[in-house]
Design a protein. Structure first.
Length: 169
């Protein structure tokens, strides 16, 4: 396989690193930017990922049958492995529970959307590569939403438990 490693690295710098750095800098120098980005950035990011997934699936409708149970299982294992790596990695470096939860979801989910974009750009003659990534992204978003809700419920229970302990003391 002929792979343009330099092109992929430049694309990653342009599509991942540069927007993060620019957003971080803008949030440091502009309170207005920070206010709106905190409010809308997550929504915009999710809509863009959904748009990418929808486009890839629409272009590859004939290849959907290639998504076998074995492939779907492998994607789920990779997804859950990312969650575990994020959680225990955050724990290993001493992140608080909120940051650890955020890292867990980021590691488990975000690379799938990036994989779809990279596969579409760098393997245009192999559309099924993007389809597999898009399917993986959908699975990651689905499991990520469930995991985020479970984290929220656990945090609420812990907060109630802490309040109960404070009142009884």
């Amino acid at each position: 396989m002929n792979l343009d490693a330099t092109g992929i690295m430049i694309n990653l710098l342009e599509t991942v690193v540069a927007p993060v750095v620019i957003g971080f800098v803008l949030s440091r120098v502009s309170e207005l930017w920070k206010k709106y980005s905190e409010r809308f950035a997550e929504i915009v990011a999710n809509l863009v990922i959904i748009w990418i997934i929808s486009s890839v699936v629409a272009q590859n409708a004939d290849n959907v049958a290639k998504l076998t149970p074995a492939l779907i299982s492998a994607m789920l294992l990779l997804n859950f492995g990312g969650y575990l790596a994020g959680y225990f990695g955050g724990r290993a470096v001493g992140l608080d529970s909120g940051m650890r939860r955020a890292l867990t979801i980021e590691v488990g989910m975000q690379n799938a959307g990036l994989g779809t974009a990279l596969a579409t750009r760098f393997f245009p003659d192999q559309p099924e590569a993007a389809l597999f990534c898009a399917s993986y992204t959908f699975g990651c978003m689905f499991t990520g939403i469930i995991l985020a809700q479970l984290f929220r419920i656990a945090a609420e229970r812990q907060e109630k438990k802490n309040q109960s302990s404070s009142e009884n003391a």
